[in-house]
Each structure stands twice: as structure tokens, then as C-alpha cells.
Design a protein around this ligand. Structure first.
Ligand SMILES: [Ca+2]
Length: 422
């Protein structure tokens, strides 16, 4: 083994990574690929039943279900959509906002419940809401909408901060853990007060029951909304649960630098605070230091990170440290899942993270799925870019989800849901 020859000069982790490299190659070269659906409009998330039934969202259209035989039923449309069994006129899309995460109740067989996160105009100012719905017996419609979370902030106007426009930074992933708790990730709306606010539910990761009540074991600081599991995030679109320990791990977008993956600690602060008065930062344009200094001002990503860090240890020494920072880049780190099943070989139990990439002069850079292997202490062991199967094009990897068949499903903004099978 080549790795052993160099073991004396490399860290043990690096040497072990070299040793196992041939197994990785075997995995990726034997991935088969098929397109499950295409022609979709910004598919955002998927959720599966054991028989392969797949619920999915499209950001500006609504919620649909693809049956195991390939039949598609459009269940709940947003305002001004056609062809859905029902429409909800308060659900709308704007910018990054719209219909986002979807999850299936662990007891779906008994209660037929699913959960969908969407932007809504029902209240003023508008908010992001987590809705509970009941799916009818033949999967042709939903009913009994209950908004179990109705107070996640939404960015109404440009005036809050011009960069990114209305609808920016909603988070949006909805997942159940193995114990049946319901989790929701949210974002900062370009609002400097949200991340460290004890009561505004943006920039948080919420852990709840299926009525939207706080999990009894949540341990946020005194005065915080008890639904809070962690706070001080920027814009979390990825959350997954480590198969061995059940630990929640989040992936989130950085501001022109430093996408992060963070192992979450109950009650923890992720350390994002774009207020100007923090850490000696002066006034920033529009009361938001989140994009300072501007990336066009000649600073590199590491210099920017030192001014406006994703995790501000100077102000918050006890903040949760990220285990991965994307080599300092911000490239649209979106969703996360754990590969499970012996067919994945050495990647069984590894985390995959979908990265949407950024465009320079129309050329996308960084569109990929990273395979992130953790060590026994949930530290970073190795990162490998997944070699995509032949015939599969990269895209803006918005959602990665393990299917009940052991395949990895990946939705890209370009309108395709891919399936990769080891
Ligand atoms: Ca952080």
C-alpha cells in the first residue's frame, strides 16, 4: 500500500485515506445513474415512503408525489398555479423563498401526515411556515392543513439589505431524526438582529414535536424560545443525523467565504453575528455586516473571514466550531444526508453534501457532491468529491436524500432529480 510508505510523514488520517483510496474508486466507478424526473421547476426537496413513493417540492409550483409506478399527482399548488388538486393562495415564491423542505411522518402508515415548509402571505409581514398536511388514501390530494410553525421571519423588501433581494435566506430543510423529533432549519434574512435573537426564529435550528411544540430536552440559553436547538446560524439548508450516534450535523452557506459543516450541540451558538457593533466592527451599509468587506474590494476570502467570521470565536468563545469550512470558499453548500448500506462500501456511514456552485462569467464552479467521512469523535476524517456516474451532469445540487432502495437521490435547480445506485 502506497499509504504505508508515507505513513511516517503523513498524519494517520491522511495515510489511512490513501490506503482506502482504491475502495473509493471501486465505489464511484460502479455507481449507476438514472434520471427519475426532469423538466421540473427548481425542485427543492424530496421525501420517501418505504415503497419508493416520493413526495417532492418545486419552489414556485408546489407539492407533488411520484408513485412507485411513475404516476405523478400534483397535490398542493401555490398561488397562480394550475393542475394541482388544490391550491393555497397564500403560498408564494420570491427570490430564494417559496416551497422548500418536505418530510414524511415516521408514522405515516397510521396518520398519513407530511410536513412542508413554505413562504406564506397569510400574515403581515409575511413569514415562512411549516405546514402539516394529511395525504388521502389514493395519494391524489392533501387536506387538514395545520401551520405548526408560522413565525419564521421572511425578508420582505430590498430595504432590509439590498444584496440578494426579497426572500433571501430562509433555511428550509425539514427532517425527522430517528427518535421521531421534527427538525427545521432557518436563515438570517439579511437581518443583523436575527442570528443572536432569543425570540426571532430565523438563523435557528428548531427541534419540535409534530404539533410544533418545543422538544422537552431542548436546552437553549435563558430567555430563548424553547423550540431552539441551536442558534447563531447564517442560512442552513442541510441537516442530517449521524447513523451511529444520532447526532445532528448541519451544513450552511457562508457569505463570500467559509461554508460550514457543524456538529450541533444542544443549546449551542453557531457564532454568526452580522451586527456592526460586534467584535469591533464599525457601521456597515444597511445595518448588516454580513457581506463586509465587499468581495470586489480586493480582499481574499481569508481576509474577509477574519473581518466577518462565520463563527466569531472572539465574541463567542464557546461557539460551536465547524468541522469543515470548504477551504474558505462559499459555493452554495446546500443539503446533507448520510449514505447507508453495505453496497456503499467504505462510504457506508459517510455524509454527503450537495454543493450548488457559483458562477464566474456564466461558468459554474464547484458544483459537486462531497463525501465527508467522520472519525469516531465526529471530527473530519476525509473529504472526497464524488465522481459522478457516466452520463450524469453536475448541477446546482439543492437536495440530496437517501432513498429506501439504498440509492442516493439528488435534485438540481436545473429541474432534474437524479438517482445514483452503488
Ligand atoms: Ca458558524
Amino acid at each position: 500500500m502506497i499509504g504505508r510508505l508515507y505513513a511516517g510523514a503523513l498524519s494517520l488520517a491522511a495515510a489511512a485515506a490513501l490506503c482506502t483510496a482504491p475502495a473509493f474508486a471501486a465505489n464511484t466507478s460502479s455507481l449507476t445513474h438514472s434520471i427519475v424526473m426532469d423538466g421540473l421547476d427548481s425542485p427543492w426537496d424530496m421525501a420517501f415512503l418505504d415503497d419508493g413513493t416520493m413526495f417532492y417540492t418545486e419552489k414556485c409550483d408546489g407539492l407533488s408525489v411520484r408513485m412507485p409506478d411513475g404516476t405523478v399527482n400534483a397535490l398542493l399548488g401555490m398561488e397562480e398555479t394550475e393542475g394541482y388538486a388544490a391550491t393555497a393562495d397564500d403560498l408564494f415564491c420570491n427570490g430564494q423563498a417559496g416551497m422548500m423542505g418536505v418530510a414524511v411522518d415516521p408514522d405515516f402508515g397510521e396518520n398519513r401526515r407530511i410536513y412542508v415548509y413554505s413562504t406564506s402571505s397569510m400574515s403581515s409581514p409575511h413569514t415562512n411556515r411549516l405546514m402539516r398536511l394529511v395525504v388521502n388514501e389514493d395519494f391524489t390530494g392533501v387536506s387538514d392543513r395545520t401551520d405548526i410553525v408560522d413565525d419564521v421571519p421572511y425578508k420582505m423588501t430590498d430595504s432590509a439589505h439590498p444584496f440578494g433581494g426579497p426572500g433571501a435566506h430562509n433555511g428550509g430543510r425539514v427532517r425527522f431524526d430517528a427518535d421521531g423529533a421534527l427538525w427545521l432549519t432557518t436563515g438570517d434574512n439579511h437581518n443583523e438582529d436575527i442570528p443572536q435573537s432569543p425570540t426571532l426564529m430565523g438563523s435557528k435550528i428548531l427541534r419540535m414535536d409534530t404539533d410544533g411544540n418545543a422538544h422537552p430536552d431542548n436546552a437553549p440559553p435563558e430567555g430563548f424560545d424553547k423550540r431552539t436547538y441551536t442558534y447563531g446560524h447564517r442560512n442552513v439548508q442541510g441537516i442530517a443525523f449521524h447513523p451511529g450516534t444520532g447526532t445532528a450535523i448541519a451544513a450552511e452557506h457562508g457569505p463570500w467565504h467559509s461554508d460550514e459543516i457543524t456538529v450541533l450541540v444542544n443549546g449551542g451558538n453557531a457564532g454568526w453575528d452580522p451586527r456592526g457593533n460586534m467584535a469591533g466592527r464599525g457601521d456597515c451599509p444597511d445595518g448588516y455586516c454580513g457581506y463586509m468587506p465587499n468581495q470586489n474590494e480586493g480582499m481574499n476570502r481569508f481576509e474577509r473571514a477574519s473581518f466577518m467570521p462565520m463563527t466569531d470565536f472572539e465574541t463567542y468563545p464557546d461557539a460551536m466550531p465547524p468541522i469543515w469550512e470548504n477551504n474558505g470558499w462559499s459555493q452554495g453548500t446546500s443539503s446533507a444526508a448520510f449514505l447507508e448500506g453495505e453496497a456503499w462500501g467504505d462510504w457506508d456511514g459517510a455524509m454527503v453534501v450537495g454543493i450548488m456552485g457559483i458562477g464566474f462569467g456564466g461558468t459554474p464552479i464547484g458544483q459537486r457532491i462531497d463525501v465527508i467521512q467522520l472519525d469516531e469523535d465526529l471530527g473530519l476524517f476525509d473529504v472526497t468529491e464524488m465522481t459522478l456516474p457516466e452520463g450524469m451532469e453536475a448541477g446546482r445540487f439543492r437536495s440530496v436524500v437517501m432513498g429506501p432502495d439504498g440509492s442516493l437521490y439528488a435534485a438540481v435547480d436545473e429541474g432534474v432529480i437524479h438517482k445514483m445506485t452503488p
